[in-house]
Design a protein around this ligand. Structure first.
Ligand SMILES: *Cc1c(COP(=O)(O)O)cnc(C)c1O
Length: 361
């Protein structure tokens, strides 16, 4: 068996330890004679799995009691609709457009109410985070929406926008659990787990209780998209993505063992610095994002020559570095270096880049 260094943006690398444990438990989970895949979501065994996962997540993030934690399906994209459906009491919201995912959420919100663009970095191919210290936010906006870490472009909000008292809603798919955050600054935090937390198929939503409406303000909101449906049912209104939740739970335990989110942040900063420091001195490769806004998770870079980019990606693959091709809409390269990417993976990638640069100078 051999494993590659997987720099995929998502689904992405998971901790090897978690995969091994899951493999060991595959046929017989803790003596119950079946796999977690085969057990009833109404069983005591599964209830324990989901309860523990929720508690571990609460511990890791310091989630206050007045926030619900929901394990949902439909991916982050489903929440692009659920957010306006549940929150648009006044039928209005402000969106900050920092990339494709924010834009998709914005366009979806327009179907259900008035979505207003508050700021955008589209003018420079989303290579920076716009100044959000003094936005022109409509008085009656129900919330302000951000995509906190922009997976495709490699930017991150290092400072949250000044929402002038409006609720902040954040898609954290690609920076989930990569560093500590202050949950109380947000009304809603949600993310698909397949970037940094677990297998595709689960989206976790952390929602302040008073923002979960009895009846969604958008007429004819499907039962499954009303947050209250799942909040009242402990995420078990219908069959949840059981196996995915189980793996997420294992990743939470792994994170706790690694020292929690502060330790993870230090680890991620160290890792990212190895790559960014190299990019900053290289004559061939360069980062595409304004320095202040660089993501710790997704690192896009280019040589400036599309043929050379393609040659690099192909040779890197042969050397065991997978999925370095940039997003199809931006080209170049992108190294996603999520929590589970070991430091050696980045060190070896940089050594490979140095060698490639020498050989192709
Ligand atoms: C990948 C991604 C999405 C889309 O996630 P799905 O689960 O495929 O719907 C949304 N937002 C961000 C920031 C992402 O990285």
């Amino acid at each position: 068996m051999s494993r590659v260094y997987n720099f995929s943006a998502g689904p992405a690398v998971l901790p090897e330890e978690v995969l091994r444990e899951a493999a060991e438990e595959m046929l017989d989970y803790k003596g119950c004679g079946m796999s977690v895949m085969e057990m009833s979501h109404r069983s005591k065994m599964f209830q324990q799995i989901i309860d523990e996962a929720e508690q571990d997540l609460r511990d890791l993030m310091g989630i206050p009691d007045n926030y619900k934690v929901l394990f949902l399906q439909g991916g982050a994209s489903q929440q692009f609709a659920a957010v306006p459906m549940n929150l648009m009491k006044n039928g209005k919201a402000g969106y900050i457009i920092t990339g494709q995912w924010a834009k998709k959420a914005f366009q979806e919100a327009k179907k259900y109410g008035q979505a207003v663009e508050l700021a955008s970095s589209a003018d420079k191919t989303f290579s920076y985070i716009p100044d959000c210290s003094d936005l022109d936010i409509p008085e009656d906006a129900d919330y302000v929406y951000i995509c906190q870490n922009n997976t495709i472009y490699g930017t991150v909000f290092k400072q949250l926008p000044n929402t002038k008292g409006k609720e902040l809603v954040a898609d954290v798919s690609s920076c989930f659990l990569s560093e500590p955050i202050d949950v109380t600054k947000y009304g809603v935090i949600y993310g698909g787990v397949q970037k940094n937390v677990g297998p595709a198929g689960v989206v976790i939503a952390i929602i302040r209780e008073d923002l979960i409406p009895e009846e969604p303000p958008v007429k004819d909101t499907p039962t499954m998209l009303a947050w209250k449906t799942q909040a009242d049912a402990g995420s078990l209104y219908n069959t949840p993505p059981c196996y995915g939740i189980y793996i997420c739970g294992k990743v939470f335990k792994w994170l706790k063992k690694m020292g929690g989110l502060a330790a993870m942040k230090a680890h991620n900063e160290k890792k990212a610095a190895i790559l960014y420091d190299f990019l900053d001195q290289s004559k061939m490769f360069k980062g595409t994002v304004r320095k202040e806004d660089r993501s710790l998770m997704n690192v896009p870079f280019v040589t400036g020559d599309a043929d050379l980019d393609a040659k690099f990606v192909a040779e890197a693959k042969k050397a065991g570095f997978e999925n370095l091709k940039g997003h199809r809409t931006v080209g170049g390269m992108r190294a996603s270096i999520y929590n589970a990417m070991p430091i050696e993976g980045v060190e070896k990638l940089v050594a490979f880049m140095k060698k490639f640069e020498e050989e192709n100078a």
